[in-house]
Design a binder for this molecule. Sequence first.
Ligand SMILES: *[C@@H]1O[C@H](CO)[C@@H](O)[C@H](O)[C@H]1NC(C)=O
Ligand SMILES: *[C@@H]1O[C@H](CO)[C@@H](O)[C@H](O)[C@H]1NC(C)=O
Length: 359
Amino acid sequence: MEIYVLSLLLLGVLVLTETWAGSHSLKYFYAAMSQPGLAKPRFISVTYVDDQQVLSFDSDRESQSTEPRTPWIKQEIPDYWERETQISREATQRYRMCLQKVSSYYNHSEGGVHTYQRLSGCEVFSNGSFSRGFVQYAYDGQDYLALDTETLRWIAGNTGALNNKLKWEADQSVAKYWKGYMQEECVYWLHRYLENGKQTLLKTDPPYVQVTRHTSSDGKVTLRCRAQDFYPAEISLTWLRDGEEQLQETELIETRPAGDGTFQKWAAVGMLSGNEQKYTCRVQHEGLPERLFLKWEPQSSSVGLSAGVITALLLLLAAVIVGVVIWRKNTSDENRGSYITTESSDSAQGSDVSLTAKA
Ligand SMILES: *[C@@H]1O[C@H](CO)[C@@H](O)[C@H](O)[C@H]1NC(C)=O
Ligand SMILES: *[C@@H]1O[C@H](CO)[C@@H](O)[C@H](O)[C@H]1NC(C)=O
């Protein structure tokens, strides 16, 4: 306990000197799931710092241990892993019981397909100071209870949660515990993770954006603005028509993980053929020095690429011809001839590479 308080004091000093671009969050996801034929509900927990998964635990795994999900967390000391594993194992028991109890509030029989989830965590401003905390529960995918951190009241998602709400509000220590936890312990861990993982956590990958055009069988045209390879997940894609935002007309998919730690998203807008040039896609992302504005280009990048390849091939052909001519001129001196040929094809390869890179 003393060590912990000391760390917080040290941290106070750290906060004053350090700034992290943008706000940051630490999130814990818990889920207990029951299923017919399963003796005990399965329990899973995952921990995220910003949009990066850091830890995971699964009661189905043989190890029954909390495991690293990102390279930098592996540097944590053995005590850390013991503590995390202990927390996860206890949570497994507790959330199995909670699931049973909450199911009974809904008059659901034991052993059906049911889930009980919790999301908790905190956010800090870019200067490192606490910005907000949250704890919310869900049963069968519906809001169950959420803490209003201002009033310390629990907000019930539906009547099934009322019983539990009254219970937790009769004893203010539950809400007070959470409030203290969010502002201190959660912020302590978030700072520690941001410090240890700063090389990947604080790195931004700007989106690679492309506008593609699609025609449906009835002749309607869709322009799709696709962003990929970006981190963090927060991004804004907006279609503008003659400078005006087309929010109603835009189909936007939820930002999705690519699986390699980066994210993808697209926004599509429909129009009559011939109007394509009136539309601009506006992209905002932390990794971009300024907003991007993109239009559909009839000479799409694939055409550009093949033009580049053709040019490269022509250059290569020219180089070969020159080489052959030079070689012929120098048949009397074989060594010199082959030397010049090699040099020519080298330079042709050089232009090939640079053209491909540009395209
Ligand atoms: C569960 O059953 C009891 C008794 O039949 C009833 O009073 C209660 O409203 C039911 N709860 C829900 C959430 O349907
Ligand atoms: C940190 O930033 C927030 C929001 O920008 C501000 O309200 C707060 O006072 C700042 N805290 C410190 C210690 O500078």
